[in-house]
Design a binder for this molecule. Sequence first.
Ligand code: PDD
Length: 295
Amino acid sequence: MIFFKDGEYLQEEQMNLSINDRGYAFGDGVYEVIKVYDGMLYTANEHLERLIESAAKIKISLPYTLEQLIEITEELQQKNELSTGHIYLQVTRGVAPRAHQFPDQNMPPVVTGYTVENPRPVEQLAAGAAMKSVEDMRWLRCDIKSLNLLGNVLAKQEAVESGCQEALFVRDGIVREGSASNVFGIKEGVLYTHPANHFILNGITRRVVLRLASELSLPVVEKEFTLEEACSMAEFFFTSTNAEITPVVTIDGRTVGKGVPGMITKQLQKMFEAQIPVLVAAGQAQERDANGPAS
Ligand code: PDD
């Protein structure tokens, strides 16, 4: 495996990371997860633009332009011959003796990256997943893709310990997002999702779904809804770079809709796969029957 660190492509044993890295000490940094399908980067521009934005929001000025970040991402894919999986990029404020305030001198940020081979979660995409609601105790800047993921980690663990695949964050009675995903509900032919504000990360997959919904002439309402309303949706799903569009069949053990992936959700999955040319070419885009029962 070839890693990236501060302009160099290195073997793992050459990766010299400091104990005084502020990412390690404080989680003082941001990251991105970029999907690769059959060797092709997917929505890399949007992810890398978000990386620059996240860094700017915590006052880290990235030492690379968008074009250079794309180059780094492509190099990592090529050097590791990554087929299907993701590229992880991380930026921390840099290395300095531990003190909460920003370091005095202009420390260069530490930029690292690596690749992970992982197949598409095809079984879960077909069968759907279970969610568990968890109190959202994260900070109030969830729009930043921060390395600080303690709230997300604890929520996911709670969900997994109850036999669920994903946690559903609820703050002030309002459903916000998943522990590592955005959520959508469908009722009476309308697609509902939380507005893109500081309570959620504006997912790149979320944005893709909103584009697909408009292609489908599916009305979209970006507004807050309660846990009770989520449970009474006809269809529910969560989205992320790796989870794509994952149907949700239960929330807190309560059946959502018919308890199988919904018709419109399956239609959106089909459209999602169809806009990834390599999946279509490789015959990996599933022929999903939008009217038929879930298989
Ligand atoms: N998580 N919300 C949160 C809190 C997330 O962590 C993520 C992604 C999303 C979905 O964003 P996107 O569609 O851009 O992947 C929403 C990544 C994948 C992770 O932490 O591994």
